[in-house]
Write a protein that binds this ligand. Structure first.
Ligand SMILES: Nc1nc2c(ncn2[C@@H]2O[C@H](COP(=O)(O)OP(=O)(O)O)[C@@H](O)[C@H]2O)c(=O)[nH]1
Ligand SMILES: [Mg+2]
Length: 426
């Protein structure tokens, strides 16, 4: 005899307008799940919700964090298909709460040292406003690549040299130390020379690059602004940890969290191909994000209620059917204004949201909006190899074709949105 599913009552949280009302809805859900004790909740959540925290949350003294809410929903036997109203209500409550926490001035940049505006590639000639006259600029940036295994992180780095070659601004890229120069040379030979993806390598150390270009700056001078051409050098340390280390079961997760805490910028890789098969983007995101939040909160303090990092969200492998065809389907692909065959994705944040919407990455989307400043997050549709040419016959409309002996990159390597996220970090 099969059991009837438990009655769940009317525990719809949608109308909750305070933390206490939300807690009351959770209590109802708990009731319909057979009233699991605080010990049981702590055990099911694998320590994410200690007894005292569960007590405070269910009494309405505090709002759970997003991952704690998920553990509670599991403890209360609410199927994942019914999580949406809980998450959107949580989102609404937590956003209004953090808004109330923000300092009244609210102006991010006033509280920070002077920052370079993003170095847009397309307006290479526009002078960069600078507070004082200088004869050169040296910037140091630490960037961490974050994404599940095989989401395209290392290929992204391998494509940097090719991306530089097609950039309108005259950049040069050199390795900052012997290992990094070797990586750059080998990866470029593989990708551009042989049209093949570099082998999956474990790179324990950061890759150091120097990106250099002449730029125009404009600075105040006796009541006017003066323009001067100077060399700009961006010294990058880029950490490319193995994807597995973003998972809570990995012994090196704490090291990765420490790296993220020290970073100026994060490039997050959303791999729609993997997500369609494994649905695990959230697994490689949430516990690392919780660890990062804890560390920043206790050691540096949040900035206006959120993390201080710049976050570039790259929808990676944008040339694949899983991304490219969906972008076409949503009307988000256009030719460049020059009328050339160059294609671009018009609205990468909409593309990310649409592809993520019915997968575990929808939680990633929620968390990004909740924990990072909107003005510090930007979305990119990225391909390390470039978009396929639409004119090609249907069987050739793929940029990468898989054979028994591995993938073949068709028609040369023209990376899309590889340099852009890095420059936007500055
Ligand atoms: N079609 C396509 N495949 C890619 C791209 N980047 C990576 N891949 C594939 O994904 C595999 C794993 O990429 P890799 O960069 O090593 O992933 P990582 O583990 O995140 O560093 C590669 O061997 C390629 O087969 C891309 O831009 N387009
Ligand atoms: Mg890798």
């Amino acid at each position: 005899m099969t059991d009837f599913p438990p009655l769940r009552g009317e525990s719809d949280p949608t109308n909750a307008s305070t933390t206490a009302e939300f807690a009351a809805k959770m209590q109802e859900a708990r009731h319909w799940a057979g009233n699991p004790s605080l010990e049981t909740i702590a055990r099911i959540s694998e320590g994410y919700i200690p007894k005292s925290t569960a007590h405070d949350i269910l009494k309405g003294k505090r709002l759970p964090k997003l991952d704690q809410l998920h553990h509670l929903l599991v403890a209360f036997k609410i199927p994942r298909s019914e999580w949406e109203p809980w998450q959107s209500t949580w989102m609404r409550l937590s956003t209004s709460q953090s808004r109330n926490e923000e300092p009244p001035s609210g102006n991010l940049d006033e509280t920070r040292p002077f920052e370079l505006p993003p170095l847009h590639l397309e307006d290479a000639e526009t002078p960069i406003p600078w507070p004082t006259p200088v004869d050169h600029v040296d910037i140091h940036r630490k960037i961490v690549l974050w994404g599940p295994p095989a989401s395209g992180k290392t290929c992204f780095l391998a494509a940097l040299n090719a991306a530089i070659a097609y950039a309108p601004r005259n950049w040069t890229l050199v390795g900052g130390d012997e290992n990094s120069a070797y990586f750059l040379d080998e990866a470029t030979i593989d990708l551009v020379g042989h049209c093949r993806f570099p082998p999956a390598t474990m790179i324990g150390r950061p890759i150091r690059f120097h990106l250099t270009s002449p730029v125009h700056i404009s600075y105040p001078w006796h009541g006017r602004r003066k323009v001067r051409k100077i060399p700009l050098r961006i010294q990058l340390s880029i950490f490319d940890p193995p994807g597995g280390s973003f998972d809570s079961r990995h012994s090196r997760q704490q090291q990765v969290i420490d790296l993220l805490a020290q970073a100026d910028g994060i490039i997050y890789f959303f791999d729609a191909v993997r997500e369609a098969q494994c649905e695990d983007a959230w697994d490689y995101f949430h516990s690392t994000l919780s660890g990062l939040e804890r560390k920043i909160e206790t050691e540096q303090g949040f900035m206006g209620g959120r993390l201080p990092h710049r976050l570039a969200v790259c929808v990676s492998k944008a040339d694949t059917a899983e991304v490219f065809d969906r972008a076409i389907e949503y009307g988000l692909v256009a030719r460049s204004p020059s009328g050339s065959s160059d294609l671009r994705v018009l609205n990468p944040d909409a593309l990310f949201r649409k592809i993520a919407s019915d997968t575990s990455a929808s939680f990633v989307d929620f968390s990004i909006r909740r924990f990072f400043h909107a003005s510090r997050v930007r979305y990119f549709a990225t391909s390390s190899v470039g978009f396929p040419l639409q004119e090609q016959g249907s069987d050739r409309r793929r940029k990468v074709i898989w054979h028994d002996d591995g993938p073949e990159i068709v028609g040369g390597v023209y990376p899309v949105n590889v340099l852009e996220p890095i420059l936007w970090m500055n």
